[in-house]
Ligand binder design. Structure first.
Ligand code: DON
Length: 588
């Protein structure tokens, strides 16, 4: 535990509640002048409304909307449009996302699937090298091949139509002002540009934006303007979201993807025209006396989290000392079981029979929990055979290969009317496909598909590429309820490690009695398939010898979560942002 950090944060929280700092910190975007970010707060309290987002300027845009009486969805529109500008490596108009929304008025929890789709022309061989093996990861990512149909604006439009109060023009205004007036490049963005090197020079349009006149990566504090982004938003404000999905912008997106000579893609204007957001039933299950709900398939995340929570509770987790090697071995092995199921069963539910209910059915989980009876699971972990409640049983899906690397963003918002949302947005890898058009980056979401369409036994993989299909995700927007009342909204970026990050924070807060900020800052330990990953440079590494003695291979590495959470308590709202990124809490 980073006790010093936690103590500092608690002190800061007492000394500088969010509400008290806003008036002096926030600099309104001037007509033509650049804006620097207000000081970020990694923790804060508020009376009735709050936003936690990955950049102070985005959090402030959302806070201002909420202060004007805007809904949580209104604030999300403003936040995502600013994030697409100031945190362009993570999410934006060229990507997609999942939104979990609690409506206080009608007591309904719903989820919006704004996942990118594979172009209609794509097939299972999309990521196969000429010899039949998988393409090297970055050869697949960089360029047009990996670009799925952008979905973010359609998602925001669908949610705004249902839950919006303020006009879209008002919600786009902060992003337009910042894009025209300029904003200071954050330390994290500058760092990530510098790490990119030649990959980000693949497309001259992206290179011209992210490198200076001397071809050097933009430095922290450099003022960046993006008139093309402002113009795109102005067109959407004037003509609606169709201005993006039809006509010149759609045409230019497709031209950029297809004319990439090194790595052309298959996206067509018809893919953009036909893109549709899908409203889906969230998945829910019990944990520690609460009810945990999240985005269902095509996300694998919340289902895996629910499986792990149920498995550990069934095996006496409550009796194990918090943070002990014994507790982590149970979490680790339950995670390995969940990841085995994920790999075999999870994909686009509109294209493959995903046994979503079966995977979290008590009888199935009790059967799987028996595998946890020994000291440590020996060797490779098998997937189980959950019950199907629909669809004909097709041949058993095979095991896929889906590499993933960092970017992505998480936003949580609560408005004064009590509406609550948890949203993860992404362009997949850092800087996505590295292709830039009309001021935004295009995603590489298609590399979330399995590169191999069949496994070693010749079984078709559930998450293989097919035209129009949505790639499997790990994004885990989650809302936790107690007695039908929402008490916590949470999520994180991190690729397939999102599952471990969100799981750990839920355990820390709901089972181990940590404060919210402690739970988000706690050093990470996680297990996907085999090795136990521990966060390098933190107290988590102290458990390495014990975990090693239990039989695990232990790897210490940088585990760059970006958790964001809001807790609704009896005395108001508590917000927390992950100290590993630039996230900020803002509220009233
Ligand atoms: O949908 C997914 O699961 C991934 N495309 C998310 C990528 C991500 O979180 C990268 N992380 N830092």
């Amino acid at each position: 535990m980073r006790l010093a950090t936690t103590a500092f944060l608690l002190l800061a929280l007492i000394a500088f509640p969010v509400a008290a700092r806003q008036a002096s910190d926030v600099v309104a975007p001037e007509a033509n002048g650049p804006t620097t970010a207000p000081d970020g707060h990694q923790a804060g309290t508020a009376k009735s409304f709050m936003v936690v987002a990955a950049h102070p300027l985005a959090a402030e845009a959302g806070r201002a909307v909420l202060a004007e009486g805007g809904s949580a969805v209104d604030a999300l529109v403003a936040v995502q449009l600013v994030l697409g500008l100031v945190e362009p490596q993570s999410s934006g108009l060229g990507g997609g996302g999942f939104l979990l929304h609690w409506s206080a008025e009608d007591g309904q929890l719903t989820s919006f699937d704004g996942r990118e789709t594979a172009p209609a022309a794509a097939g299972p061989d999309l990521f196969l090298a000429p010899g039949g093996g998988p393409l090297p990861f970055f050869q697949a990512v960089v360029g047009g091949r990996s670009v799925g149909t952008p979905a973010t604006l359609r998602l925001l439009e669908a949610a705004h139509r249902r839950q919006g109060r303020l006009p879209f023009a008002r919600l786009a205004a902060p992003a337009i002002a910042l894009a025209e007036g300029g904003f200071a490049v954050s330390p994290r963005l500058a760092h990530l540009i510098a790490l990119e090197g030649d990959r980000l020079r693949h497309d001259p349009e992206a290179a011209a934006y992210f490198f200076d006149g001397a071809s050097k990566p933009l430095a922290p504090g450099a003022i960046l303007r993006n008139p093309a982004y402002a113009e795109t938003l102005r067109r959407v404000v004037a003509d609606g979201t169709d201005a993006f999905y039809e006509g010149e912008i759609a045409h230019d997106i497709v031209a950029k993807v297809r004319s990439d000579t090194a790595n052309p893609g298959l996206l067509a204007e018809s893919d953009l025209e036909s893109y549709a957001v899908i409203e889906r039933e969230p998945v829910c299950g019990p944990a520690f006396g609460y009810r945990v709900c999240g985005m269902g398939p095509p996300s694998s995340g919340p289902l895996a989290i629910l499986q792990i929570l149920a498995l550990i509770e069934a095996k006496g987790f409550a009796a194990l000392a918090p943070g002990s090697a014994a507790a982590w071995r149970l979490i680790g092995d339950a995670s390995r079981l969940a990841f085995a199921d994920r790999e075999r069963w999870l994909g686009d539910p509109d294209r493959v029979d995903v046994p979503a209910d079966g995977l979290i059915a008590p009888g199935y989980l009790a059967h799987r929990a028996r595998l946890l009876d020994g000291p440590v699971l020996p060797g490779p972990v098998p997937s189980g055979t959950p019950g199907f409640d629909h669809g004909a049983l097709r041949p058993l899906p095979g095991l896929g290969l889906t590499p993933e690397l960092p970017s992505t963003t998480h936003v949580v918002i609560r408005d004064a009317a009590g509406n609550l949302l948890s949203y993860t947005g992404t362009i997949e890898n850092g800087f996505g496909s590295r292709l830039m058009v009309h001021g935004f980056l295009l995603n590489n979401e298609l590399t979330d598909f399995s590169f191999l369409p069949v496994d070693a036994s010749g079984n078709a993989v559930a998450n293989r590429v097919e035209g129009g299909k949505r790639p499997r995700s790990s994004m885990s927007p989650v809302i936790v309820f107690r007695d039908e009342t929402p008490v916590l909204a949470i999520g994180s970026p991190g690729g397939s490690r999102i599952i471990g990050f969100v799981l750990q924070a839920l355990i820390g807060r709901l089972a181990w009695g940590m404060t919210l900020q402690e739970a988000l800052a706690a050093p990470h330990l996680l297990n996907r398939f085999g090795p136990f990953e521990v966060e390098a440079g933190t107290a988590a590494t102290a458990l390495a010898p014990d975990l090693g003695a239990l039989g695990y291979k232990v790897e210490a590495l940088d585990l760059n979560s970006g958790l964001a959470a809001i807790e609704i308590g009896p005395r108001g709202l508590i917000g927390a942002a992950d100290p590993r990124r630039e996230g900020t809490v803002a509220g009233d």
